[in-house]
Design a protein around this ligand. Sequence first.
Ligand SMILES: C[C@H](O)[C@H](O)[C@H]1CNC2=NC(N)=NC(=O)C2=N1
Length: 186
Amino acid sequence: MSRMLQARFLSLCNPQVAFVSLSQSFFGTHGRFSSQVNEIFQDRVEVSSSRNVRNGFRTFCTGKDLSTKKCVPCNSKDMRPMTEQVANDLISQVPEWNLVNEGGALKLHRSWKVKNFAKGLEFFQVVADVAEAEGHHPDLHLVGWNNVKIDIWTHSVGGITENDFILAAKINELKLQHLLSKKAAK
Ligand SMILES: C[C@H](O)[C@H](O)[C@H]1CNC2=NC(N)=NC(=O)C2=N1
């Protein structure tokens, strides 16, 4: 990337962001353009976080781990659903979660097998505590008494935003092992 372009991009981002994390988030670890960068320069794609607006561009300016970020209020007027390409770039950051397209709406999906019905409800409570803290909520399913399924999407925009990935990353950090059946989830 030419130094001019690099300087231009830096001016759009929060100057506090350490250059190394900025270059990683833009150039990936192999010095290539990440798809987010292409989209930002090509069609001013809007991504979920409404706080990273610089001169009309929304930016992924930090390489911060998703689980350390905070969800933003979903009623922000300029929140937009993420494109499938950007979602596909982010899915690797939430291991075990899958991107599903349900009737045109992208969602994150993951399932677990719990020890029993009561442990399934305990599982829901642990997840609910995180959701309440984030002000962002998953769809919880307890099927056939011991199969927990979670879908995460942003209802206010009818699609997927960075909030959904943040919540999924935080769920991945939870200590849930003691609730799970020894047999792997289907
Ligand atoms: C104001 C507040 O952000 C909204 O009520 C929240 C609550 N939790 C939410 N959770 C999800 N998944 N999508 C939403 O649109 C949503 N909206």
